[in-house]
Design a binder for this molecule. Structure first.
Ligand SMILES: [Zn+2]
Length: 413
């Protein structure tokens, strides 16, 4: 196993080169789905794949599959992968590590001079981040058949552009009805990612082995009251949308805090009042609620409590509300066989490791609907992620890719 040597310098150069494709000044990253920058970054990855002697194909929404043929290309391949889109003002490792690290793992296996039995693939999933269309994991969701062609066609970005129009503008014109991959299209899927939390670093542990990804829901709520002049509408006569939303926001926090599950979290990440003038009573608030727990049932209960709280507040304050559920996804469990192979790989490389739950959502959650999955985490400084200070050390990156390469090799033979 140990004869697979990771070329960390090469990988770090690739990560730096990809970071040059950003719509915000360095070190802040921003690569929004189908933007010129996103397309240029994809171009760079294809060039790297070609330079390594791998073939690639792209589907109708830009999921990119980089392939190294094994001795028996008829067998379902072993796959890895992640995403390269980046939310505004983020860092250069989230997702990128899993794509360029996957590519490096395949290069290292190839350069070891040995040929795996199964083929290997690194997938770059289209738009893991929900930035443009409000829905996360569009690429892996489509591969798993968890978003239909009709639902894709209904997507609109914040500027009102239809998904179909921006897709076509980016050059993806193939029909959308062949996106889902069949069950067991791959033998296994393993994603490498930075932890995006502080636990590995705090414990001094080199490798995290992900056993599960929590159930997650994102919904958008629009609360409508009645606007008016800040001086002339007396307090008893008000139907202030912002005050209703404020009361609701604190209630959402309480529902998550008071839950008996220590995994339960709820976040209001967006909160916009209209018309947003200092002397005007807000007539409308649009906000989002993100709810997660390790168990789907707990998430469902929280969702129900949140909806009941909203109904009560609306009745009390004589305002109305409309909820749109963007996604409501079950939790995903890792495969025990892969978990033990990752553990054995880490042990053989002399790396400390621990099993853990992923606190963030990943494409793996959707690949889990098709094939056995697991994830490998490496520490990131201070747990920072989704901000420019995001950092993973070259040593930790090398460790993670080495574990990935060894795991893929074992799974492929
Ligand atoms: Zn990510």
């Amino acid at each position: 196993m140990s004869s697979i040597t990771i070329n960390c310098n090469r990988l770090m150069k690739d990560i730096e080169a990809l970071a040059a494709f950003s719509d915000m000044p360095a070190p802040a990253m921003c690569r929004i789905l189908y933007s010129k920058t996103d397309m240029a970054a994809r171009g760079m990855i294809k060039k790297l794949a070609e330079a390594a002697g791998f073939s690639w194909r792209e589907d109708a929404i830009g999921n990119l599959f980089i392939r190294m043929d094994g001795n028996n290309p008829q067998l379902p391949p072993v796959a890895t992968g992640s995403h390269t889109d980046a939310i505004p003002n983020s860092g250069k490792y989230d997702g990128v590590l899993g794509v360029l690290g996957g590519l490096e793992a395949m290069r290292a296996i190839k350069e070891s001079g040995r040929m795996p039995l199964r083929s290997l693939e690194t997938i770059m999933f289209t738009a893991e981040e929900p930035t443009r269309f409000g829905v996360g994991c569009i690429g892996s969701r489509a591969l798993a058949g968890a978003i239909s062609e009709t639902q894709l066609l209904q997507l609109q970005d914040l500027d009102g552009n239809a998904f179909e129009a921006v897709r076509a503008e980016a050059g993806f014109k193939a029909p959308l009805n062949h996106l889902p991959l069949g069950k067991n299209c791959y033998s296994h899927f393993v994603e490498l990612h930075i932890e995006q939390g502080p636990n590995l670093e705090a414990a001094g542990t080199q490798i995290g082995i992900v056993t599960a990804i929590p159930a997650s829901t994102t919904m958008q709520i629009c609360i409508t009251g009645e606007g008016g002049h800040a001086g002339t509408v007396m307090m008893p006569n008000r139907r202030d949308a912002l005050m209703a939303a404020a009361e609701f926001a604190l209630k959402v926090e309480a529902i998550a805090k008071d839950n008996t599950s220590s995994d339960a979290v709820a976040t209001i990440g967006k909160f916009e009042a209209f018309p947003s003038a200092s002397n005007s009573i807000p007539n409308e608030v649009i906000l989002t609620v993100d709810i997660r727990d390790r168990r789907s049932e707990v998430r469902d209960e929280m969702m129900a409590s949140i909806e009941a709280a909203l109904a009560g507040i609306c009745k009390e304050r004589k305002v109305t509300s409309k909820t749109v559920v963007f996604n409501c996804d079950p939790s995903a469990e890792s495969d025990e066989e892969i978990l033990s192979i990752v553990e054995a790989s880490a042990s053989q490389l002399g790396l400390s490791h621990t099993r853990m739950v992923s606190r963030a959502f990943h494409d793996t959650a959707f690949m889990a609907r098709l094939v056995p999955v697991a994830m490998i985490f490496i520490p990131c400084a201070n747990g920072y992620s989704h901000r420019p200070e995001e950092y993973a050390s070259p040593d930790d990156i090398e460790n993670g890719v080495a574990v990935l390469a060894n795991t893929m090799w074992e799974l492929a033979n």
